[in-house]
Design a protein around this ligand. Sequence first.
Ligand code: 13P
Length: 249
Amino acid sequence: MRNKIVAGNWKMNNDLLQTEELLLKLQEKKFKKGVQVMVAPTFTNLWHSVKKLKNSEIEVIAQNMHFAEKGAYTGEISASMLNGVGVNTVILGHSERREYFNEEDSLLKKKVDAALEHDMTLIFCFGEKLEDRELGHHFEVVRDQVKNALFHLKENDWSSVILAYEPVWAIGTGETATPEQAQEMHHFVRNLITQGYSKDIANEVSILYGGSVKPDNAREIFTKADVDGGLIGGASLDASTFSQIVNSF
Ligand code: 13P
């Protein structure tokens, strides 16, 4: 059975006080049993969030990290620094990192390796832009993103990988992929893993959908066979809407 996961990507939102308020509200919520809940505050609020959620089932995760162990990389954060504050899961390859910080497959491959070397779980994001879909290239784009950064992994590495399909045209736009479009891409990616590895491995990997997931569309998306949860942006900044999404399973 694959894990059901809903993760909130808070992006560059919420200062320390706002983070604290949101954490308090989240702790009051009842989440459906059997769904793993994660939140990704900004780096400066990670340590505080880990301490606040010490007795909670909600996992605190990071939005990004550098591939190097340490050194002259001004402004960057390493895997061991994350481990040191109790963070053991990291989002990699978000489209905003790809778009605004020029993160390419070759760099992401190094980040993937660094995360695994530190026994971290990674949420690897991929997804096509609007023009890719309009040209009918979306499957090729996604295939290349997934293969280039992940297909050098050993079979047992896959137990530390969560995938997240986030079509760029659906992020923060209010325009969500239809449940059928999400299912079609998730199924395509699961098949890729079957071909590159095995059916068993493919069947164990959780694939999340991200892009304008809201309480009113989550249920229909989550019921699709190959959709194992969501990576939520805007709607995760409010405890009520986020918990409604988690409880849509
Ligand atoms: P929205 O839910 O705001 O569209 O963002 C999705 C996302 O980028 C999650 O990582």
